[in-house]
Design a protein around this ligand. Structure first.
Ligand SMILES: *Cc1c(COP(=O)(O)O)cnc(C)c1O
Length: 342
C-alpha cells in the first residue's frame, strides 16, 4: 500500500488554506499582505507556517532532511492529525497496545474512529502474532510507544522491524522518551520503511513541555498530508525562538539527561531498599513503574504529603502500580523518605 492510497479520499483532493505567508515566501522590505500591526514588537508578524529554519536545525541534529519533518503543537497535535489524515470515522480503526499512552485512544474517539486493542504480553512486550491478525485494510494506523509509557521499556527491535515490513497501514512509533534510552531512533530507518512515522517531543529530555513543540518524522507523503490539514500557523514565534535557542546548546540537554539517568539508578536502588515495594520494572525512560500493595492508598497518602505521582493501578497489566517520574536528587530523597513512613 502506498501512502497516497492510505490517505482519506476526500483529503487527497482538498485544497488547503493558503495563508499570506504561503503565498509570498521571499524576503521583502514592506509587508502589507497579512493585516498585521506594523508597529514592531517581538511578535507582530505571523510566523513561518512551515518553520523552515527550525526544521533545518532539527534535521541537522537528527540527520534527517527538513522535508521529512512535521512540527506540531506538542506531539499530541501530530497524533490527532495522523488519525484525521488516515482514518475514516465510523469505518476505519487504529490499533493500540495497552497499557500505553492515552492520547491515541482519546484522539481517535473524538473523531469517532474505532480503537482496537492488542494488549502487551506479560513483561510489557508486543504481541506480534496478535497484532498481525489485525493487519487488514480497515486498521489504518498501528501505534507503538517505545520506550513505552507507562511501563518504561523499549520494544523489541526485531518485532518492530517485522511489523514495519508486514503492516499494510501506517506504523507510528512514539519515541517521546528515546533520549533516555540506550538505543538509536527509528528515524534512521525512514528511507527503508515508507509507511513509518516517528514521533518525538521537546517536552521530556529537552525540558520544554511548556512551549508545546512536538516532532513527527516521516516520508514526504506523510509530512505533506499533515502540513495540508494542520492549522496554518500551528507553531508560534515564541515557541520557535525558544526551540531554536535550545538547539544551539544540545549539551544542556545531554547533561540534564545524564543527571536524570544517574538519579534513575539511585531512585531504583532506594525503591529496592523499601520493603513496601514488591517490583520495580526496568526503565529506558525518565520514570519508574513500581508495584506495591494498596497502590491507591499509597498514592493518596503521598498526595496528603504534597507529593504527586501517577496512579496507574487501574490500568491493564499495571495492577497496584504507581508511575514515578525521576525528579531532582532532593525531590527523590523527599519522596523516598515520605514513602517509607507509609
Ligand atoms: C509525554 C508524552 C508525549 C508528549 O506529548 P507532547 O504533546 O509533545 O507534550 C507523547 N507521547 C508519549 C508516550 C508521552 O509520554
Amino acid at each position: 500500500m502506498n501512502i497516497q492510497s492510505l490517505i482519506r479520499p476526500h483529503l487527497r483532493d482538498l485544497i488547503p488554506y493558503s495563508s499570506a505567508r504561503d503565498e509570498y515566501q521571499g524576503q521583502a522590505s514592506v509587508y502589507l499582505d497579512a493585516n498585521e500591526n506594523p508597529y514592531p514588537s517581538l511578535v507582530n508578524r505571523y510566523p513561518d507556517p512551515l518553520q523552515k529554519q527550525l526544521k533545518e536545525k532539527i534535521g541537522a541534529l537528527k540527520k534527517v532532511s527538513a522535508d521529512q519533518i512535521f512540527l506540531g503543537n506538542g506531539s499530541d497535535e501530530a497524533i490527532d492529525l495522523l488519525i484525521r489524515a488516515f482514518c475514516e470515522p465510523k469505518e476505519e480503526c487504529i490499533v493500540i497496545t495497552p497499557p500505553t499512552y492515552g492520547m491515541y485512544e482519546v484522539s481517535a474517539k473524538i473523531q469517532n474512529v474505532t480503537v482496537k486493542t492488542v494488549p502487551l504480553k506479560p513483561g510489557f512486550h508486543l504481541d506480534e502474532e496478535a497484532i498481525l491478525r489485525e493487519n487488514n485494510s480497515e486498521n489504518k494506523i498501528l501505534f507503538i510507544c517505545s520506550p513505552n509509557n507507562p511501563s518504561g521499556n523499549l520494544m523489541d527491535q526485531k518485532t518492530i522491524e517485522r511489523l514495519l515490513e508486514e503492516w499494510a497501514g501506517l506504523v507510528v512509533i512514539d519515541e517521546a522518551y528515546i533520549d533516555f534510552a540506550d538505543s538509536i531512533s527509528w528515524t534512521t530507518k525512514l528511507d527503508q520503511f515508507p509507511r513509518l512515522a516517528v514521533l518525538q517531543t521537546f517536552s521530556k529530555a529537552w525540558g520544554m513541555a511548556g512551549i508545546r513543540l512536538g516532532m513527527a518524522f516521516g516520508n514526504q507523503s506523510v509530512v505533506d498530508i499533515m502540513n495540508k490539514i494542520k492549522p496554518p500557523y500551528n507553531i508560534n514565534t515564541l515557541t520557535e525562538n525558544e526551540a531554536s535557542k535550545a538547539l544551539d546548546h544540545p549539551d544542556y540537554r545531554r547533561e540534564a539527561v545524564e543527571k536524570i539517568l544517574a538519579e534513575r539508578k539511585i531512585l531504583g536502588r532506594e525503591l529496592g531498599n523499601t520493603p513496601l515495594v514488591t517490583q520495580i520494572y526496568p526503565s529506558d525512560a525518565n520514570f519508574l513503574l513500581v508495584k506495591l500493595p494498596n497502590a491507591r492508598q499509597v498514592y493518596e497518602y503521598l498526595v496528603g504529603s504534597g507529593i504527586i505521582v501517577r496512579d496507574r493501578s487501574k490500568v491493564l497489566l499495571c495492577e497496584d502500580c504507581l508511575r514515578i517520574t525521576v525528579g531532582t536528587p532532593e525531590e527523590n530523597r523527599e519522596f523516598i523518605q515520605v514513602l517509607r513512613k507509609f
